[in-house]
Design a protein around this ligand. Structure first.
Ligand code: PLP
Length: 824
């Protein structure tokens, strides 16, 4: 049989996906793969066996899908992201492939509980927070919508650290997620590309053309690991390719010649550190050389791979932009602009003008933040040392670009300085966001407000130059994970009323609006929420030892710990609530559980203090008999995708309380509203659009607007005035300052309080009063369960816009120019 026929034959006899077929595969994998006698198999052995059975079916479908894309000569989009916050893969794969039920029954007949063993799978936590989770949702959507889309990233040996709380403080543990092996990945030892660093550039003339040779480099090998990503309700399976660093085979020559065997091995270990660990910093730039090397490492390997496929398909390099789109997820992969230019110039020997035209037609850039501490800049000296040829190219890009600027704004030297890719004022640095903007045909913000702010502030000068390049694409979330999988009870209820089309067309949920007016349906909805709350209560008890009452309002703030996200504002309200109980005020206040979850960057001292304060406050309140369980405070440890999937369906109130103008979009806000939590939030990020979607009577908005924040700061903000004018706030602050919550160390929060009273960069005190009033409105509504439920249901019904499928369609139409190709 010819090689080409083998797969065609397999297409007619694929691995069976019914219960009996799965049973056979699981049994075979248990014995032949895990090497276990079923009599002695542990739950982990069963997990390995099931994942192996799923893997076989995934890879078949991936081959068929890839064949289709090749046959159709489809344009492809390559999503370049340093982070993918995926979570567990077993249940997600089974549900997308459509054999969850068959598999559960197959296992059940062998005496194994699918959901139980699925809990043993470690999260793939190759990301920090929202940005990495967005990348994972986009992969799910591209596959589900049959888009020829490929993820590229890094196979970190250690993902996001695991958080433990000890004496109220965050302790980090390494996330050794590959310890038991990983059945979801396909190592590709033959898919290897060299990636070079350091060295020098030698120039010579070739028939009048200047040629550049980058030589005397250190070389690392990037090896591919493939993760098949199945679509929902179709047979397409896309691919996520993650790169691992390996030493080159000839790494040792010099050492060996000198007899330094150990030195040779040490050097090998050093090159492999590039993909060792994810930097655990959310929304802050890291200025470390290793980080720059990580960025270039995965970009270089990805682009080499993309170009090599382009050549294999027989396409000309000049038609690259007809066949390839690349999306930069933030500036982390922005060096791609210089790398593609380098390959087009030095390898393909294209003239500058054509190389630049192709490059700009290929890239799109998504901006995720305006915050100065998150904007990546690299010292010119570092870039020159690590990537000398790229530095030359960046200078040349800048030269041509600034000529264009001078032509558009003659005589304006200030705008030239502001727009330059090189920042000359802070010790000569490369501004990666400027490189990304200049090298892309479209630049998008991730929510309407955020895009407007980009145009008005960070990229204002760029916007004046090229207004047509700036667009807004509001983030979204995948309904497959965040409703269908995470909330089976609500899923059943919804689907009984309106069918299941909503999983692929979330706007269908609008049909639920009518059911919100029906008391019987409201009761069903409440029953679902109560069951989810009982489940969360069990887990809270297990993980924290704290007992919570499912009858209480579950008020949750779950996200990275960041000053701008203002967990501090939340805890100030908690203390005020506590004081009202202590003082016998407002005895009718509804019973509440305030739950926090989130990790702090290990070196972010203030964020770690905030975690400690939350835990200190929790300890006092949870043990004060006066409270009589009317208020409980929980810090749920190790927030990750899996714990999000348990907390979100159980939430009543969603805290989205960032300082206006600081949260680019948020996606946690969308997950919670979709699952029927009401939002208390500022007019920030996508909250603005959530308000429009759900209606302003169904959301609790408070606080300063973006403009008011700016005005307050411009006037000279004096936080102490709020403290002096608001007795309730004063009491709260004084308690923290006096050590009420840290009696063993009364001065523990002295710095924090001092900063709040004298600086308060995030306007916590300015928004306190308005926040408390909003919380009173929340409380009053919660005490009318029928009305609360009605509004919660309207939230679920009106969240259709926030499906990631709408987001991805916009990217496909407005930036990538790719169209679906469905296999069968
Ligand atoms: C959705 C999600 C985030 C982002 O949450 P925000 O509230 O938008 O910051 C972070 N971490 C995890 C695990 C998530 O699932």
């Amino acid at each position: 049989m010819a090689a080409a026929d083998i797969l065609t034959e397999l297409e007619h006899h694929p691995r069976p996906c019914d219960k009996e077929g799965l049973k056979r595969s699981i049994r075979d994998a248990l014995i032949h793969q895990a090497g276990k006698d079923p009599l002695h198999a542990t739950p982990r052995d069963w997990l390995e066996a099931v994942s192996y059975a799923v893997r076989e079916r995934l890879i078949e479908r991936r081959m068929f899908t890839q064949r289709l894309f090749n046959q159709e000569h489809a344009k492809r989009v390559y999503y370049l992201s340093m982070e993918y916050l995926i979570g567990r893969m077993l249940i997600n794969s089974l549900m997308n492939l459509g054999f969850f039920d068959a598999c559960r029954e197959a296992l059940s007949e062998m005496g194994v509980d699918l959901l139980e063993i699925s809990e043993l799978e470690p999260d793939a936590a190759l990301g920090n927070g929202g940005l990495g989770r967005l990348a994972a949702c986009i992969l799910d959507s591209m596959a589900s919508q049959c888009i020829p889309g490929y993820g590229y990233g890094i196979r970190y040996e250690y993902g996001m650290f695991q958080q433990q709380i000890q004496n109220g403080q965050q302790i980090e543990h390494p996330d050794n997620w590959l310890r038991y092996g990983n059945n979801w990945e396909f190592p590709r030892p033959e898919k290897i590309f060299p990636v070079r660093f350091y060295g020098r550039v030698v120039t010579h003339r070739d028939n009048g053309d200047v040629r550049h040779h980058w030589q005397d480099c250190e070389e690392v090998i990037a090896m591919a690991y493939d993760y098949p990503t199945p679509g929902y309700g179709n047979k397409n399976v896309n691919n996520l390719r993650l790169w691992a660093a390996k030493a080159t085979r000839d790494f040792d020559l010099n050492y060996f010649n000198e007899g330094d065997y150990i030195g040779a091995i040490q050097q090998k270990a050093e090159s492999e550190t590039i993909s060792m660990v994810l930097y655990p910093n959310d929304a802050t730039a890291i200025g470390r050389e290793l980080r720059l090397k990580q960025e270039y490492f995965f970009v270089s390997a990805s682009i080499q791979d993309i170009l090599s496929h382009h050549e294999e398909m027989g396409y000309r390099i000049t038609e690259l932009a007809d066949k390839v789109a690349m999306q930069l997820n933030d500036t982390h992969p922005a060096i791609a602009v210089a790398e593609l230019m380098r390959l087009l110039l030095d390898k393909y020997q294209l003239p500058w003008v054509s190389a630049w035209e192709i490059t700009r037609a290929v890239f799109g850039y998504t901006n995720h933040t305006l915050m100065p501490e998150a904007l990546e800049t690299w010292p010119v000296a570092l870039m020159e040392r690590v990537l000398p040829r790229h530095m030359q190219i960046i200078y040349e890009i800048n030269f041509h670009f600034l000529n264009e600027v001078r032509h558009t704004f003659p005589g304006d030297t200030e705008i030239v300085k502001r727009l330059s890719i090189i920042d000359e004022d802070h010790g000569r640095r490369v501004r990666m966001a400027h490189l990304a903007v200049v090298g892309s045909h479209h630049i998008n913000g991730v929510a309407a407000l955020h895009t407007q702010l980009l145009k008005d502030t960070l990229f204002h000068d760029f916007y004046r130059l090229w207004p047509e390049r700036f667009i807004s694409i509001t983030n979204g979330i995948t309904p497959r994970l965040w409703l269908n999988q995470a909330n089976p009870a609500l899923t059943s209820m919804i689907s009984e009323h309106i069918g299941k089309e909503w999983v692929m067309d979330l706007t269908q949920l609008r049909q639920l609006e009518a059911f919100a007016e029906d008391p019987t349906c409201r009761q069903e909805f409440r029953t679902v929420k109560e069951a989810n709350k009982r489940h969360l209560a069990e887990l809270v008890l297990e993980r924290t030892g704290i007992e919570i009452d499912p009858a209480a309002m579950f008020d949750v703030q779950i996200k990275r710990i960041h000053e701008y996200k203002r967990q501090l504002l939340n805890i100030l309200h908690v203390i005020a609530f506590y004081n009202r109980i202590r003082h016998g005020e407002a005895p009718e206040q509804a019973q509440r559980v305030v739950l926090f979850a989130g990790k702090s960057a290990p070196a972010y001292v203030r964020a770690k203090q905030i975690i400690r304060l939350i835990n200190d406050v929790a300890d006092v309140i949870n043990h004060d008999p006066v409270v009589e369980g009317r208020l409980k405070v929980v810090f749920y440890p190790n927030y990750d995708v899996s714990s999000a999937a348990v907390i979100i369906p159980a939430a009543d109130l969603s805290e989205q309380i960032s300082t206006a103008g600081m949260e680019a979009s948020g996606t946690g806000n969308m997950k919670l509203a979709l699952n029927g939590a009401l939002t208390i939030g500022t007019l920030d990020g996508a909250n603005v659009e959530i308000r429009e979607a759900v209606g302003e009577e169904n959301i609790f908005i408070f606080g300063l607007t973006t403009n008011e924040v700016a005005e307050t700061k411009a006037r000279g903000y004096r936080p102490r005035e709020h403290y002096e004018q608001n007795a309730e706030l004063k009491e709260v602050i004084d308690m923290i300052a006096s050590g009420f919550f840290s009696p063993s160390e009364p001065g523990r929060y002295r710095d924090l309080v001092h900063d709040l009273l004298n600086n308060d960069a995030f306007l916590v005190l300015a928004d306190f009063e308005s926040y408390l009033h909003a919380q009173e409105r929340v409380d009053a509504l919660y005490r009318k369960p029928e009305e609360w439920t009605r509004r919660a249901m309207l939230n679920t019904a009106r969240m259709g816009f926030f499906s990631i499928d709408r987001t991805v369609k916009q990217y496909a139409d407005e930036i990538w120019g790719v169209t679906p190709e469905c296999w069968i």
